[in-house]
Every structure is written in structure tokens, then in C-alpha cells.
Write a protein that binds this ligand. Sequence first.
Ligand code: SF4
Length: 263
Amino acid sequence: MIYYYGFNIYNIKPTSMSTITPTAKQHPLIIKGSMKSLYQEVIKCKMCPRLVDFREKIAKEKRKQYNDWVYWGKPIPGYGDPNAELLLVGLAPAAHGGNRTGRVFTGDKSAEFLIKCLYDVNIANQPNSDRLDDGLILQNAFMTPVLKCVPPQDKPTAEEIRNCSNYFSYEMEMLKKVKVILALGKIGFDQCLKYFRNEFDLKLKDYPFGHDRRYSLPNGKILWACYHPSPRNVNTRRLNHEMMVELLDKVNSYLYNYNYVNK
Ligand code: SF4
């Protein structure tokens, strides 16, 4: 028998392990506001069988370091201010990021990089994005992925992107005040062009993707291209903090000047 300071340690009952469970009730845009019905539908979607299987498998198997989490394991909605002038468009939630936490750019390496950059240019109120109840607020900005479920190897099929494009189109229609769309990565960039092609005669070849390339669309909105803040791009220094902050500064200046001229 082992005694420690007079206690029999085998009689000490372990306290129950507390779990972290993200719920729809913690997500402001699912419970209220203009995007509520859309996002209540999105989080129930099962249109892509491969992605449904994958997101649930990841949620069940988990990564060891997140064993105390009950993974979200569903499609994820956008996040931010629905009246924002800046829209950041990503690709899809990360397996142990958005698919775990229930929020876009939350709880993974891309989020760590991006939110710190947004904080450094006063778009985010804090440098971290860890979980639904962490207090993150985006000032005049909204972010969403074009694909709401995590794809295996971060590679969605053309059909899966097409399936989800309806939700993306609804978001674009609802975000009426957007003046600048910052597309994070080529897939997001092309999806934006495809959305606007419904309205205008645009040819994708006239809009080559490249970091910090900026295009004025026929409706006056700006489509701005940016390398995706993925660990691969950041680790290879294809995209670094300085480049990202410089681009975000330009976006801020554009919006400031736009509002000054049009006030
Ligand atoms: S990717 Fe989009 S369309 Fe496919 S299951 Fe997820 S939410 Fe539904």
C-alpha cells in the first residue's frame, strides 16, 4: 500500500475528465441574425458522402492532443460581421481545426498565422483563435470557406466544390456590404470568379492568380488574391508574416480611401 502524507493514494478517486464540446448554441451566427437559417441548414448538410464519412471519421478518431474534445464533426459556417466590407475566402476547415472547433480558421496552424496577422492590422481583437467561446471579434470583416467540410488531403473533388457552391453563393448574396474579397488560395479565388461569372461575362484566364494581384470587377468590387496561409506555404516561406501584414495594410488603406471618397 502506498501512503503519501498520510493518504492512501489508491483511495483517491480520479475526478471526471472535463470535455470541451463546441455546440451550435455557442455560434452567434447560427443562433441569431440574418444568416441564421442558412447556417442552421448548412450544419445539417450531408450532400457529399465522401466528406460526411471523412469529417465523422476524423471526429471519432481524434488527434491524441485533443482527446478532451468532442469534435464538431459537421460542416462549418462563416464567422465575423455580416455587415463587413472585407470578406476573406478560404478553402475548407482543417481536420483538427474547424472540424474540431466548429469555427472557420480556428484551432489550427493556418488560424494561428492568419489571426495574428489580422490582429496586427486591427482587424481581429485578439491574436488567437482557439475555440468558439474565446471572444474573437472581427472588425468589419467576415471569413468563410468555399467548402464547408474538411476534404481528405485538403483536396476536394470538382463535384464537392460544385455541391457547396450554392451555400457560398447564398453567403455572397447576404454579405451585401462587401467591397473587397480577399481570396486565400487559388481554389477560393476561382470560386469567387465563378460566382461572379453568373452575373458578368468573365473569363478565368483573364484573372491569373498570384499573391497580391488585385482585380476590379465589373460591379466595382475588388477581388484580391493572396497565398493561402497553410502550414506548407508558411513553412516554405512562400508566405510570411510580413507579406501578409503588408497585403492586409493595403486592403485597410483601400477601404479607408474608398469610404473617404464616397462618404
Ligand atoms: S461540402 Fe458542402 S455540400 Fe458537401 S456535405 Fe459539406 S456542407 Fe454539404
